[in-house]
Ligand binder design. Structure first.
Ligand SMILES: Cc1cc2nc3c(=O)[nH]c(=O)nc-3n(C[C@H](O)[C@H](O)[C@H](O)COP(=O)(O)OP(=O)(O)OC[C@H]3O[C@@H](n4cnc5c(N)ncnc54)[C@H](O)[C@@H]3O)c2cc1C
Length: 414
């Protein structure tokens, strides 16, 4: 076990400060620790990983609620996603058979209203990010303005009519470093970050504030004292005033230990990081919307390419054929890909619910057990707001109260 010591105390911790334990030190768990420590709670953060990074490091780093809408998929496209790996989406038939209730809810849920509510949470989150960056003097390679590119101008116009954003001329798209894509949208108020830098800087900051971080320890939940939940490490049982499960795609495993089903399944994605040798390859962080590919250049050397949405459980493998598909598409649409050197590859697991909202709130039948899952495709974007919403629930305060029922852990069971 590696325990990182406190360096200095933030907040008003006293002998009687409420003790709060967060299981999962990804981006959501760390923002929870940040806000609750500021409120004066004594916070312990536990992660099973020696570093504790998972999806919070291996993602596209786009903070962009405007691109929340799920790409429209025909029945044929969905069927082909189950039959084989042709495009970015793949769903293993075994997952469908094993988790029928999840897929039944997903196919029955009308997602109307998803965009509007997600935009509200997203706007709060972007404001919290801006406050966090300026008050903590943190800069994880912040780049303003996110671009969505489409094969046709009509698709870009359709997006712009529904969700706003400035339409781009083909010449502008070409100047940004792209080819073969006619339609584009620029959302100037949204941004991208380097997720690895954000992760590191936030981790350092919460340590400085006095959050105790225990790594390389897999926690379990114990229901022996219901309605009080307890947590276990190395077979020993511990109590806390509040326990928060913030374990991303593993939230389900922990919740199942106390008899609760949060309906969260993992969807994996691949991240490839290149050294550009000092060249700027693209001008703006971009989503190639027809392919589900994200591309962002964080500095003069680091280019991040991400794709795939595979529901295959926790399988951590992408074959050469899949990588070739990704590289071929990127080569087709990025003008100058010469002399790039692949320096890192990683796989992240998106915590996905069937209605695409996060799960945030108190776990039914428990007084002191809470859950704050990341969001499937927008977990980094929404992390500060998710933490803020759960903080308000724990403290009995108001915060986007009209949206809380959509996030409630009980919503799939009523
Ligand atoms: C390829 C890809 C691209 C993405 N792109 C974007 C994007 O551009 N923008 C965006 O907003 N979102 C994006 N996402 C989604 C986003 O990355 C995730 O939603 C987010 O990182 C989830 O954060 P989290 O803290 O909830 O979970 P995680 O980062 O998965 O952290 C959960 C932590 O819990 C720990 N844990 C699990 N079980 C236990 C246990 N029993 N005991 C102790 N610790 C435990 C794990 O080790 C892990 O560190 C992307 C995801 C992927 C995979």
């Amino acid at each position: 076990m590696k325990t990182i010591p406190r360096r200095s105390i933030g907040g008003d911790q006293t002998a009687s400060s409420p003790k709060l334990v967060i299981l999962g030190a990804g981006i959501t768990g760390m923002f929870l620790a940040y806000y609750l420590r500021k409120d004066g709670y004594e916070v312990r953060l536990i992660d099973k990983d020696p570093v504790g990074r998972e999806a919070s490091v291996y993602n596209a780093g786009l903070l962009t609620p405007s691109f929340a809408p799920t790409p429209q998929l025909s029945k044929l496209q969905l069927l082909s996603a189950v039959i084989g790996r042709r495009g970015p989406l793949y769903i293993s038939p075994m997952q469908v058979i094993t988790h029928l209730s999840w897929f039944r809810i997903a196919s029955g849920k009308a997602l109307t209203g998803f965009e509007e509510s997600t935009m509200k949470i997203g706007k709060l989150s972007l404001r919290l990010y801006e406050e966090f960056f300026s008050s903590e003097n943190i800069d994880p390679d912040l780049a303003k303005g996110v671009v969505g590119l489409y094969r046709t101008v009509e698709d870009a116009k359709a997006f712009s009519t529904r969700f706003g954003g400035k339409l781009l001329e083909p010449a502008e798209i070409s100047r940004m470093g792209y080819k073969g894509l006619e339609g584009g949208i620029l959302v100037e108020s949204e941004f991208s970050i380097n997720p690895a830098k954000l992760f590191k800087q936030l981790r350092t900051r919460i340590q400085e504030m006095g959050v105790v971080i225990t790594l390389d320890k897999e926690a379990r939940l114990d229901d022996g004292a219901r309605p009080r939940a307890r947590y276990m490490l190395d077979g020993k049982v511990f109590e806390a005033d509040s326990i928060i499960v913030s374990a991303g795609s593993w939230t389900r495993t922990l919740c199942n230990q106390v008899g609760f089903e949060p309906e969260i399944l993992p969807a994996s994605g691949l991240v490839m990081i290149y050294d550009t040798g000092g060249r700027r390859v693209i001008a703006r962080p971009t989503l190639l919307e027809d392919y589900g590919i994200g591309i962002a250049q964080h500095d003069d050397h680091t280019l991040r390419v991400t794709s795939f949405f595979e529901m295959v459980g926790f399988k951590k493998h992408y074959g050469e054929g899949r990588k070739k598909w990704l590289v071929d598409i990127v080569s087709r649409h990025v003008t100058d890909l010469s002399k790039l050197r692949l320096v890192e590859e990683g796989i992240g697991f998106r915590p996905c619910t069937p209605d695409q909202f996060s799960v945030i709130g108190r776990v039914p039948y428990y007084e002191n057990l809470y859950v704050a899952s990341g969001n499937c495709r927008l977990g980094v974007t929404l992390a500060p707001a998710s933490a803020y919403i759960l903080r308000s629930i724990i403290r009995g305060e108001d915060c986007l109260d009209e949206i809380k029922p959509l996030l409630s852990p009980e919503r799939f069971h009523s």
